[in-house]
Design a protein around this ligand. Structure first.
Ligand code: LLP
Length: 422
């Protein structure tokens, strides 16, 4: 069963004999060489996805959402395919630049940009700021003026459509903290226009994440295009329409993953008379299924009523199951013919919420076996923490049979470094 299943997540993921390989590299071998927990990403998968976006949207700028996976080596793969970056912090700006993305391909959203972050982005002359509030307009204008520069802005509007996803990752609803109200957006545009260090260049919206049914995009883009037309009539030179990211990915074997083409079919007809350049901000759909998290079984514990596979990856390494009740498919890296059982896969953290899978039908394992947690390339390492004073995982990038360590595992010295004076 696993043999056929894994390929549907990532065509470069396959069992060669008994051993699970990613782009021709044995995952068991990587786990033994670099230790676990270990994130492993497939570069070819990332390239294919960016190319699929570019093919579906030939005239658009694809700005990879760095928040999904900020490792500059991962960003560099996206950059080498011509992608720009969507960022949400000063740190992400630096990772995007380190990954080789030129400032003129960087867009910056975020409800709480600090003065220092704004300064950095103004200095670097990024493509545009996706501004999320009136106060931010004033602050950006001031910072740009102090630096003797003009900042290009889009206003993030809230189209109030329901993306039918987990409430924590739905961002375009009226009550969410993001963007400005669609109805009053024009007022914000007028204010932006009146500020001398700002240049109004675009409209931005982002309705949410892990969207498997692409129909809500249609409604959102229709609204954005109607605003575009009104703004153009009023003399605004809107040159960019940024429709955000959010395309969902396969997490369960039964999920059907929408393609960039499915999204294009939905929105390009609405954008056909629009002269502005379209910007997309995909994150998860670029890197999510590029990556797996390898984890070693520490103990198998049978409590009669429940069995636990206790592994060395905890909620500090992959927090999605704990906070969104997210499903991640789990397969063994070695198909040794063991029979199936039902177990919870749990980590070493002192929280009941520290699980990777619940009541999951899995192959029997023993201490020392390695499991691969699939669809872990997005919002995996990016959300890892030091909780319970644990070092964060290492990361490896594989491409066509080759591999390289792209982030070394932290050591205890990294954990203790910030505490001076003792
Ligand atoms: N653009 C903006 C303005 C965003 O806020 C996001 C994601 C994206 C683009 C990229 O969305 P994507 O294509 O990756 O869906 N931690 C959550 C996901 C949070 C998404 C936040 N914003 C998770 O693990 O599911």
């Amino acid at each position: 069963m696993e043999r056929e299943e894994v390929k549907a997540f990532n065509p470069y993921l396959e069992y060669v004999g008994e051993d699970l390989h990613l782009e021709g590299v044995s995952l068991e071998k990587l786990a033994r060489e670099f230790g676990t927990p270990l994130y492993v990403y497939s570069a070819s998968y990332i390239r294919d996805k960016i190319r699929a976006y570019k093919e579906a949207f030939p005239d658009a700028l694809v700005c990879y959402a760095v928040k999904a996976n900020f490792n500059p080596h991962v960003v560099a793969v996206a950059s080498s395919e011509g992608a720009g970056a969507d960022i949400v912090s000063g740190g992400e700006l630096l990772c995007a630049l380190k990954g080789g993305i030129p400032p003129e391909r960087i867009v910056y959203a975020g409800v709480g940009k600090t003065i220092d972050e704004i300064k950095l982005a103004v200095e670097k002359e990024i493509l545009m700021f996706n501004v999320e509030s009136r106060e931010e307009l004033y602050v950006l204008n001031k910072v740009a003026g102090d630096l003797g520069k003009k900042a290009r802005v889009a206003i993030r509007v809230n189209p109030d459509v329901d993306p039918k996803t987990h409430p924590y990752i739905a961002t375009g609803m009226k009550k969410s903290k993001f963007g400005v109200d669609f109805e009053t957006a024009k007022e914000e545009y007028k204010i932006a226009d009146s500020l001398e260090n700002l240049e109004v260049v675009g409209i931005h919206c982002h309705i949410g994440s892990q969207i498997l049914d692409v129909s809500p995009y249609k409604e959102a883009v229709e609204k954005v295009v109607s605003l575009y037309k009104e703004l153009r009539e009023e003399g605004f030179n809107v040159r960019f329409i940024d429709i955000g990211g959010g395309l969902g990915i396969k997490y369960r074997p039964e999920d059907k993953e929408p393609s960039p083409k499915d999204l294009a079919d939905q929105v390009l007809p609405i954008l056909k008379d629009v002269e502005a350049k379209v910007i997309l901000e995909p994150g998860r759909s670029i890197v999510g299924n590029a990556g797996v998290l390898l984890t070693e079984v520490q103990f198998v514990k049978d409590k009669g009523i429940k069995r636990f596979f206790i592994v060395d990856a905890g909620m500090n390494d992959l927090v999605r199951p704990a906070i969104y009740d997210a499903y991640h498919h789990i397969v063994p890296v070695k198909l040794n013919g063991s029979s199936y059982t039902v177990a919870d896969v749990v980590g070493p953290i002192c929280e009941t919420g520290d699980f990777l899978a619940k009541d999951r039908r899995l192959r029997e394992v023993s201490r020392g076996d390695i499991l691969a947690v699939l669809s872990a390339g997005a919002y995996g390492m990016a959300m890892a923490s030091h909780y319970n004073v644990r070092v964060r995982p290492a990361e490896v990038l594989v491409e066509k049979g080759n591999y390289k360590l792209i982030r070394k595992r932290e050591g205890y010295e990294d954990l203790l470094r910030p505490f001076e004076g003792l």
